[in-house]
Structures are given as structure tokens and as C-alpha cells.
Write a protein that binds this ligand. Structure first.
Ligand code: SAM
Ligand code: SF4
Ligand code: F3S
Length: 442
């Protein structure tokens, strides 16, 4: 009988990709995924260390599992991901309920580590940095994701060391996977049913393997007939090279939403953050892309109240947001991360930080609402992903990644169809698939 594994994932899309690859891997030693915590033999928590109390959240989660399973047989407990990398053996000391701590570059060793534990009952910590070995191993294990929209990690780690960020410490140095491996994995995913591929990396547009760049990957994956849409995330403004910008003029499948984190609108703060570009460089990239295709929209990440942010710096961020009219963006108050250059800097007063965040978010949400409202009574293209849980509605996404809920039918899953938008709110568009609308009219 197969053993069961229950997984919970915090953090970014790369963690989601990793979790799925871990599930593919542990199948080799007899584990099957379960959604029922009570019946699990193994509990895996994939963690994120990017902001606030990440560590506390992990111990809290483990405490919760311990409590809810107190009358059951204890599962084998694995903590993976960026907190595991940052905390390593400390975790085993602090929480004896944890059995294995494994960092993101050591997932290729997970089966050996699980078997080692099951035989010796000895707690294990494994946090080496070996991205190349990891992908060499994972490449031999079939990616079984069968989602319509699926992630594909092409690059991992970061050499940029922005002063606020833990990623270079938790994910290690930049590593780009070989071009052919990625294209083969994209083909496998398309055979499994993928129609949209989201290429992932902590700095995905820094992808470089031999002479291949991200632009080459996009153009090669675009040749797979079943793949209808391509996206990539997350990018650094300094790596928006000419070849990548040019791809927007001839690619037929690259979506017109550019997620390009700027963090702040102030040159002074960019410098303090060690971002190594100016706002004007960012605006130039924006203008070049808009001149290629005026329908391209931008989304971004913002860090509000970075140490040293004065009112005029904040106003520069606010102005940038008003000018670029970002959609689908993320904004957070700066959170000091242990071990980073900015960890000991003087924090901005909490009330001021909160007021600034709220002002920025109101503006970002207003853009979002206006953008969604402007689509009402129009037809848009939607890639249909699945049925929604509750009713007989369907779920898909617009070209700009906005969720669309509509009346459709099962045959449309995996297709790009036209949906007439009838209503909207900040995060979602509602509508009816055109065929259905036409039928009703007839
Ligand atoms: N590589 C991307 C870039 O350079 O823009 C960002 C990747 S990072 C995993 C995702 C986002 O987390 C960042 O864009 C930033 O806005 C946010 N972030 C990272 N460290 C943070 C911190 N210490 N406090 C608040 N937000 C943070
Ligand atoms: Fe973090 Fe991105 Fe900066 Fe790298 S480039 S240190 S991932 S914010
Ligand atoms: Fe979090 Fe690590 Fe991703 S810190 S955002 S899970 S790279």
C-alpha cells in the first residue's frame, strides 16, 4: 500500500513548482499526495523567508499540525524551502516534532534522506547549495503537472544582493538550467495538458545558459503548437535587455503583461537598496515596450517605508504609480530580514509606514478597478483553466492575468475563448462565453 504525503506551501511561485517536483520525486519511494492531514504518513511544509515573522509562522504551523494530530500516529515531518535554508539545524533543536530540514538546493536528496530517517530514526538537516545537481536529478524525473497553466523553473538563485532581500542567502548563486532541458520539460508539460507556461526564476530575465537568453527560450517554447500563452516571472529592471524587449514585437504567444518590480520611485532609495539602476532607465524600458505594443500593461512590486524614505521619496513612488498606471501589483512595508545589509537600519515610524502603504494601495486598487470596469460589455480572450468549486461556473484568466469567472462548458477547458464581460470588481471579471451568449440570443 502506498504511503501518503500531505503538503503545504508558503511563498512564491518557485516554491509551488518545487513542491510539485518534490511530490513527483517521492512517488519513486512509494508516496502519494493526500489532501487529508489525518491520514498522512508524511507532512511537508515548504516555507518562505521573504518578510515578517516568517520563522514564527513556520513554528506556529507545525504547532497547529502537532495539536490536530495529537491522537494520531506522528507523521514524518519535513520542513523545506527558504526558512529551512536560513535556520537549518536550529529548527531541529527548537521543535523536536520536525524530523528533516531540507534547503531548496538539496531536493534531489530528499528520497535518500527520507529513507535514511525511516531506517535510522535520526534527525537530519541538509542545506547544501547545489542547484546544478538538483536540476540534473530532477530532469530525470517526469514533471507530472497536468494543469492548464503551469510553472516551469528555468533559473534559480540571485547574485544581485539588494540590501533588503534574503533570496541570495536562501537560494544561493544564480544558476540557469540548460536550454534543451527546459524545452523538453515544456514539451512534456504540453503533452500533459499545459496550454500556458509561466517561466520562473528569482531573476528570470537574467537567464543565460551558453549563449541562450530568456528571449530564445520564449521563441523556442512558442513553437510547441499546444502552448497558447507564455509568461515569465520575476524580473529585474536591469536585465530587460534589447533581445527580450524585441521579442514583444514578433512573439505571438508572449502575454502583454510585464511584471517588472521597481520597489520605489525614488533614485535615492533605489541607490540605498542597491538596485543599481535609475528610475529613468525603468521609464525608458516602459516607453520602449509601449511603443512596440500600446496594449502592454505593467505590474510591479513596491517596498514602502524603506529606511531613509522621506516624504519626497514616497511622493516620487506615488507619482510613478500614477504615471505608469500599474495593474495587478504587490506592495508591502519594508520588513528587516536577518543577515541582510538593511537588517539593522533605522525603521520608519509604524503609523507613517502604514499611512503610506494605504495611500499606495488605494491608488493601485483604483487602477485595477478602472481597468476592469473598462472591460465591461467588451469581449476579451480567456484561457479556460477549470470549473469553479461551487457552481457550474468556469475559471480562466485574461491576457493580463486577471481572474475571469463565467458561464462556459467543459469542452472549453484548455482553450482560449472569447468571453463577454458583464460585471467586475477589483480582482475579478465576470461574464459569459460568447458561443453561449449567441445561442441564447438566437
Ligand atoms: N528578483 C525580484 C526583483 O529584483 O525585483 C524580486 C524577487 S523577491 C522574491 C519578491 C518581492 O519581495 C520583491 O520584489 C520585494 O518587493 C519583496 N521583498 C523582498 N524583500 C523584502 C523585504 N525585506 N521587505 C519587504 N518586501 C520585500
Ligand atoms: Fe532579491 Fe530580486 Fe534583489 Fe535578487 S534581485 S536580491 S531576488 S530583490
Ligand atoms: Fe520566499 Fe524563498 Fe520565494 S524567501 S519568495 S520562497 S525564493
Amino acid at each position: 500500500m502506498s504511503k501518503k504525503i500531505f503538503v503545504k506551501t508558503f511563498g512564491c511561485q518557485m516554491n509551488e513548482y518545487d513542491t510539485n517536483r518534490i511530490i513527483d520525486t517521492v512517488k519513486k519511494i512509494g508516496f502519494e499526495k493526500t489532501d487529508n492531514l489525518e491520514e498522512t504518513d508524511c507532512y511537508l511544509l515548504n516555507t518562505c523567508h521573504i518578510r515578517n515573522k516568517a520563522k514564527d509562522k513556520v513554528y506556529h504551523e507545525i504547532g497547529r499540525v502537532k495539536k490536530s494530530l495529537r491522537l494520531k500516529k506522528k507523521p514524518f515531518v519535513i520542513v523545506a524551502g527558504c526558512v529551512a535554508q536560513a535556520e537549518n539545524e536550529e529548527m531541529l533543536k527548537r521543535e523536536p516534532y520536525i524530523d528533516l530540514v531540507i534547503g531548496p538546493q538539496a531536493y534531489h536528496k530528499i528520497n535518500n534522506k527520507i529513507e535514511e530517517f525511516l531506517h535510522k530514526q535520526k534527525k537530519i538537516e541538509e542545506t547544501d547549495f547545489e542547484a546544478e545537481s538538483k536540476f540534473n536529478y530532477l530532469n530525470r524525473i517526469k514533471n507530472t503537472s497536468s494543469k492548464v497553466s503551469t510553472f516551469l523553473t528555468v533559473q534559480e538563485g540571485c547574485d544581485k544582493f539588494c540590501h533588503f532581500c534574503v533570496v541570495p542567502y536562501t537560494r544561493g548563486p544564480e544558476y540557469s538550467r540548460p536550454f534543451n532541458e527546459i524545452v523538453d520539460e515544456a514539451k512534456t508539460l504540453s503533452e500533459n495538458g499545459a496550454r500556458e507556461i509561466i517561466l520562473l526564476g528569482q531573476n528570470v530575465n537574467a537567464y543565460k545558459n551558453e549563449n541562450f537568453r530568456l528571449s530564445d527560450l520564449i521563441l523556442e517554447i512558442e513553437k510547441i503548437p499546444e502552448i497558447k500563452r507564455i509568461r515569465y516571472s520575476t524580473s529585474h529592471p536591469r536585465d530587460m535587455t534589447k533581445d527580450l524587449i524585441d521579442v514583444y514585437s514578433f512573439s505571438k504567444k508572449l502575454m502583454p503583461l510585464v511584471h517588472l518590480p521597481v520597489q520605489t520611485g525614488s533614485d535615492k532609495i533605489l541607490k540605498l537598496m542597491n538596485r543599481k539602476h535609475l528610475i529613468n532607465d525603468y521609464i525608458k524600458t516602459y516607453e520602449k515596450l509601449k511603443s512596440i505594443n500600446p496594449n502592454i500593461e505593467f505590474s510591479s512590486d513596491f517596498i514602502i517605508a524603506y529606511p531613509g524614505e522621506e516624504e519626497e521619496d514616497f511622493n516620487a513612488t506615488f507619482e510613478l504609480i500614477k504615471n505608469i498606471k500599474f495593474i495587478n501589483s504587490f506592495s508591502f512595508i519594508f520588513s528587516p530580514r536577518p543577515g541582510t545589509t538593511a537588517s539593522n537600519l533605522k525603521l520608519i515610524d509604524k503609523k507613517i509606514s502604514q499611512r503610506r502603504l494605504e495611500k499606495v494601495q488605494r491608488q493601485l486598487f483604483d487602477h485595477q478597478i478602472l481597468m476592469n470596469k473598462s472591460l465591461e460589455n467588451k469581449q476579451i480572450e480567456v484561457l479556460v483553466e477549470n470549473r469553479t468549486k461551487e457552481s457550474n461556473k468556469f475559471f480562466g484568466r485574461s491576457e493580463y492575468m486577471t481572474s475571469v469567472i463565467f458561464d462556459g462548458n467543459d469542452q472549453e477547458i484548455g482553450n482560449v475563448i472569447k468571453v463577454k464581460i458583464t460585471n467586475s470588481n477589483q480582482n475579478t471579471l465576470f461574464g459569459e462565453s460568447i458561443k453561449k451568449t449567441e445561442k441564447r440570443v438566437a
